[in-house]
Design a protein around this ligand. Structure first.
Ligand code: GLV
Ligand code: MN
Length: 223
């Protein structure tokens, strides 16, 4: 009896493992180019008819050229290549970004709720920081990376990049989701809409309400 229960538990765990470990769902066809205009809502996007899905959806030149990092208060510019920018990745569980940094620029502390990230620095010098969960004692992992060096960020962990060099820096990252999502931690806390009550943030951050209001005023215009 005990043995059969254990056997059932082991078989159930083996059957569930791929589901629990998967990122986006597995595709059931070669390509499913996203029909971004569809009114039907599914987990991802419905496929365009294969007759209208041409080669242009499988290739992209968008990250060949980055944006101007000094046009942003963070001193960084993200060129996104998720499914909305690259419909060919629909259902394939992958996407990319290019990020350009001015000297002293940062991609501020953020979290991807749906993807692990791997990145390659292609020019400049970037401090990459990752903060572990409470389980790790909030351990801060960091390294300055230069062209050709890589990093990995487990799904759900807060991380940032900061250009510590004198010149512009660039990195290219990929995700194991067509739609990794992003939670910018400062913006989420201080620029939500409607705002989180100041009393809540003052208590949580152990500071006076004026300090919270000052920070909120910095995020009034978004990012
Ligand atoms: C970098 O961390 C990015 O999410 O683009
Ligand atoms: Mn990231």
């Amino acid at each position: 009896m005990e043995f059969s229960k254990t056997l059932t538990a082991v078989i159930t765990a083996l059957l569930l493992a791929p589901l629990l470990m998967a990122a986006d769902p597995d595709p059931l066809q070669d390509f499913c180019v996203a029909d971004l205009g569809s009114k039907t809502s599914v987990n991802g996007y419905p496929c365009q008819p294969s007759s209208s899905a041409g080669d242009e959806f499988l290739f992209s030149s968008k990250v060949a050229k980055g944006g101007d990092p000094s046009s942003n208060p963070n001193g960084s510019n993200v060129t996104e290549l998720d499914v909305t920018e690259w419909p060919g990745v629909n259902t394939l569980g992958v996407s990319m970004n290019r990020v350009d940094f001015a000297p002293g620029g940062t991609n501020p502390p953020h979290i991807h709720p749906r993807a692990t990230e791997v990145g390659l620095v292609t020019r400049g010098e970037l401090l990459v920081g990752i903060i572990g969960s409470l389980d790790s004692g909030n351990r801060y992992y960091s390294r300055v990376l230069r062209a050709g060096e890589t990093f990995v960020i487990p799904r759900g962990l807060m991380h940032f990049q900061f250009n510590v060099g004198q010149a512009e820096a660039t990195m290219v990252v990929s995700f194991n989701s067509q739609n990794p999502g992003i939670i910018f931690v400062p913006l989420t806390m201080f620029g939500s809409s409607p705002p989180i009550p100041t009393t809540v943030l003052a208590k949580a951050l152990r500071v006076d309400a004026e300090v919270v209001d000052l920070i909120k005023s910095k995020f009034a215009g978004g990012y």
